[in-house]
Design a protein around this ligand. Sequence first.
Ligand SMILES: C[S@@+](CC[C@H](N)C(=O)[O-])C[C@H]1O[C@@H](n2cnc3c(N)ncnc32)[C@H](O)[C@@H]1O
Length: 252
Amino acid sequence: MGLVWSIRETLIWKSGFTKFMDLLRRTVFVPVMESCVRRPDRPRTTTMKLLYNICMRPSEIRLITRILKKRGPCRFLVFGLGNDSTYWRKVNRGGRTVFIEDDPVWLQRVTGEDPIMEAYLVEYGTERHQWRELLDRPASLPVLLPSGILEDEWDVVLVDAPNGMRQSSPGRMKSIFIASVLRADDSDVFVHDCNRPVEMAYSERYLGNGAFLGQVGRLRHYSYGPDTGSSVNRQETLVVWIPAVTSLQSDC
Ligand SMILES: C[S@@+](CC[C@H](N)C(=O)[O-])C[C@H]1O[C@@H](n2cnc3c(N)ncnc32)[C@H](O)[C@@H]1O
């Protein structure tokens, strides 16, 4: 009897907690994010960062938001799902926002909370400690991606994944290289965590060439116009790359 009573109490408590969280989400969290989408000033981005437990600094969020708004609805490719993903999707309302994620559990969790998010699972197959040997081997840097992503050109690319904290983490060698291949001629590329050697070295190697516009916090901003030089030839790379990726896909 005591056990039944305590199970019943637990269920009532749990359903009350769920209802409370849902109310909090509808009355506080969502309105804060929506207001930040409309007016991303310092107090709003700071409040959103704290409420949603977003890792990026408010100044970094504001810089990316400003570029997305300047471009209007655009094709926005984001490496990494985070607590900020729904915000990016909302800022680019009317455009196409696609997320690339390598952690299946995290992908399921984030897309479960925001089911209209377009996100794909990838496998990088690298470990961060390989970064020096891979730096000048672009042929080793492709990743299996859906053809709808490879064949599109992206107006804004944000590289905020995969994890690059430990020697055994995948590191961002491939995601930075892919950003350099898939960006449109007229585009903006952001790389986060550029206080770390891998992010710095790969950004300089593959995104540089006069496109570096500045750094806010740990976020580097590269801006390209039709005449900006590139260390990567998109057409040449994709001609080799797309058949390779397609044949890999058909093996799965
Ligand atoms: C560097 S975080 C992105 C953080 C995001 N931009 C933010 O400001 O909140 C991106 C990567 O961390 C990994 N990750 C795993 N678990 C996570 C968690 N609980 N919170 C955030 N990121 C997580 C994911 O694989 C994801 O690709």
